[in-house]
Design a protein around this ligand. Sequence first.
Ligand code: AMP
Ligand code: GLY
Length: 424
Amino acid sequence: MGLKLLVVGSGGREHTISQKLLNSPKVEQVYCAPGNAGMKLDGIEVVAITEDDHRGLISFAQKNNIDLTFIGPEDPLINGIVDDFEAAGLKVFGPKKAAALIEGSKDFAKELMVKYQIPTADHQTFHEYGPAIAYVKEKGAPIVIKADGLAAGKGVVVAETLEEATLALKDMLQDNKFGVSGAKVVVEEFLAGEEFSLLAFVRGTEVYPMVIAQDHKRAYEDDRGPNTGGMGAYSPVPQISEELVQEALVKIVIPAAEGLVAEGRSFTGVLYAGLIATASGPKVIEFNARFGDPETQVVLQRLESDLAMIIDDLLNDRVPSIEWQQSGYSLGVVVAANGYPGNYKKGTVLPDFQFIDKEQFHVYFAGVAEKQEHLVTNGGRVYLVEASGETLQAAQKKVYQVLDQLNTEGTFYRSDIGFKGIRS
Ligand code: AMP
Ligand code: GLY
């Protein structure tokens, strides 16, 4: 009898993780809760339990003899779902509440970085508008304003001018536009340079890096428009050298893992470092306590080893065998509902994906639902199309050739995913 696994979450990231786990010869069945209707096309079993229903998920895992649960998104991690599963005697992969704070509080993450000398942007935390505005005026623009808690990627304002910075501070500290998340604000130095994501499997002080990726946070071409959850990604990132990645590992990811252990907050799971390659080396813009979305859709593509076995080894304190593709590129483009990241309509019928060659392309679903046997849009980011190629250009061309053939009415996508890598 093969293993039965449960993945918690509902996006393209969880679709990718579930599919990768299902590819393991040791795995018999993968459930995803709450999942989405699109995942069913790949044989993933969708379970209607929401990610905040820890008790419901635990009881599902117990009744169905789930061997291991993988937690995808940050909210349940920050709310202690791993602690709850462990208390119920269940095997689960992800950081406990105390360790997930590295994502849950930007203020805590900054304190950790200062204490363990991890390079990051200079910053200061504020609760009140007056001192915050004084600091911003002293530092000048460009400057970055961040709501302390979780705001689904939208609590960050990269202010080009003092007016923009003032407006952001007003929104967060005076008008409470971000609720509790905005009651505390981190103001930080603007870092200039290429952005990249370095993820690693972590177990205490053991750190196993993944291949790097680059996300595209802005909604529109040429990195214009508002910040989103991410509009596309590719891996590897040719303009970031292997030396720089090593430097980031040694100066950032390993000290973060060791620092968390030293603080009594040992981290097990996927640690995500969002980095900027500045003129004075890599610096942290954020830590996440989980896989990134859409980075996962391109990073896991390049994993040659068995993901289920890697996790099993980590949880049992064995050294996992982790092999990555040594050549080639993976690139993924997000298709989002018109209006995202602002208000958008739900219920637009998705195109037919049947013609797409499943050997060469992957379609990972996110904000989709089922209506009269059709998939319809049900969220901001709807799906992602991924392809691999020997060069970044080749991978990009393949993805856009498929997108050109799809009826993307009611949705939009960026036509320049990968441009920085290609330009380099
Ligand atoms: P975050 O939610 O912290 O990842 O921020 C969202 C995006 O804002 C990042 O992906 C960056 O593109 C940008 N950003 C955040 N912090 C900085 C910074 N200190 N300097 C420059 N850009 C930043
Ligand atoms: N793609 C950015 C994130 O997952 O936070």
